[in-house]
Design a protein around this ligand. Structure first.
Ligand code: NAD
Ligand code: TYD
Length: 352
């Protein structure tokens, strides 16, 4: 049997495929449109692995998806494909609506028609696992409890609204058609292969290039950080043991202000790659204009996953961040390839 992983050349998707094939011989069809965020280099270590088959394509292409599901007898779909950057969604939201909502709708329909024709056993074991975000719960105050699976949805950005809409579609396909779905709402991920438009890799790259580390507003907004490998382990466990129709929150119990994230990162760099003038990278931290509608705090209550499926994160923020910094220091060629062309245009548009 085979699993279909969409968005497999992006940050979390590629980590998931690498993680999957490091402990399983079950085949993976990995599908990605290769937008600006997709990078085949993330999967280059698998180029001779007979268990991975890469296809460039759109989750919204029903003919392509139905063909792949049948050809490879897919037993599960893990849908990572999305437009994922909040700041881009503020500049231009159209692709977020098209990929995240309409694209996933088409993927649900392709899956439903394939699943309907499966025989009883295969039908029972099929899974459609959709990857969502803690951002659908909206912004928390400092006194609020971390978000749990029964909290109401209150998305505030075009990105989080598109993810929330998708979650509702996935839920409806379960309630109405019995499609065996699972939803995973995870906290902010960080780790290897993250495109440097997001806070942590952006700060690492800018620090090394002696550029400002741009912190929005006063830097007191809080995110709950999850090392990507821990997320991959959680997703595997949910796929294996999760109750169909259920939602699982995945978080690292690592609430940090953005400013403290940048400071910790600078301290690690000061130790691992000290500047020639012996000054601290902290000197490069620069407060810039705030993000419109910037959510104050996200925090995830992951106790359902821990209680029901026995999952626990292996990394705390300091150990995960150190591994991440070391990965970026050791992968200069990867960095040099991703920061050309379109990336420069984005940096100019967002930070000039
Ligand atoms: P990413 O932007 O790094 O990767 C997304 C991938 O999807 C890219 O490779 C892109 O080429 C591909 N893609 C885009 N449109 C497509 C389409 N129409 N068809 C096929 N492929 C397409 O994103 P990521 O950070 O890896 O996030 C993966 C998923 O996890 C997303 O659904 C995101 O909303 C969710 N998520 C991310 C985080 C995070 O911190 N990064 C946190 C919670 C949830
Ligand atoms: P980001 O990595 O874009 O993830 P998300 O918006 O999905 O949480 O941003 C994480 C936090 O860092 C968020 O509060 C916005 C902030 N941020 C900055 O302060 N400066 C930046 O240049 C970026 C990209 C983000």
């Amino acid at each position: 049997m085979t699993i279909l992983v969409t968005g497999s050349a992006g940050f979390i998707g590629s980590n998931f495929v690498l993680d999957w094939l490091s402990q399983s011989e079950e085949n993976v069809v990995s599908l990605d449109l290769l937008t600006y965020a997709g990078n085949l280099e993330n999967l280059s270590s698998l180029s001779n692995n007979p268990h991975q088959h890469f296809v460039q394509g759109n989750i919204g292409d029903q003919a392509l998806i139905t063909g792949l599901l049948k050809k490879y007898q897919v037993r599960a779909i893990i849908n990572f494909a999305a437009e994922s950057h909040v700041d881009r969604s503020i500049h231009e939201s159209k692709d977020f609506i098209e990929t995240n909502i309409v694209g996933t709708y088409n993927l649900l329909e392709s899956s439903r028609s394939y699943w309907n024709d499966l025989d009883k056993n295969l039908k029972q074991n099929f899974r459609f696992l959709n990857i969502s975000s803690d951002e659908v719960y909206g912004s928390l105050n400092s006194s609020d409890q971390p978000s749990n699976e029964s909290d109401p949805y209150k998305p505030n950005s075009p990105y989080s609204a598109s993810k929330a809409a998708t979650d509702h579609l996935v839920r409806a396909w379960f309630q109405t058609y019995n499609l065996p779905v699972l939803t995973v709402n995870s906290a902010n991920n960080y780790g290897p292969y993250q495109f440097p438009e997001k806070l942590i890799p952006l700060c690492i790259l800018n620090a090394l290039k002696a550029k400002p580390l741009p912190i929005y507003g006063d830097g007191q907004q809080i995110r709950d950080w999850l090392y990507v490998k821990d997320n991959c382990t959680a997703i595997r466990e949910i796929l294996k043991q999760g109750q169909i129709g259920e939602t699982y929150n995945v978080g690292g119990w690592n609430e940090k202000t953005n400013l403290s994230v940048a400071e910790t990162l600078c301290d690690i760099l000061d130790e691992l790659k000290p500047k020639l003038d012996s000054k601290s990278y902290r000197d490069q931290i620069t407060f810039v204009q705030d993000r419109p509608g910037h959510d104050k705090r996200y925090a995830i209550d992951a106790s359902k996953l821990e209680r029901e499926l026995g999952w626990k994160p292996q990394e705390n923020f300091e150990t995960g961040l150190r591994k991440t910094v070391i990965w970026y220091l050791e992968n200069e060629a990867w960095i040099n390839h991703v920061v050309s062309g379109e990336y420069q245009d984005w940096v100019q548009k967002q930070y000039s």
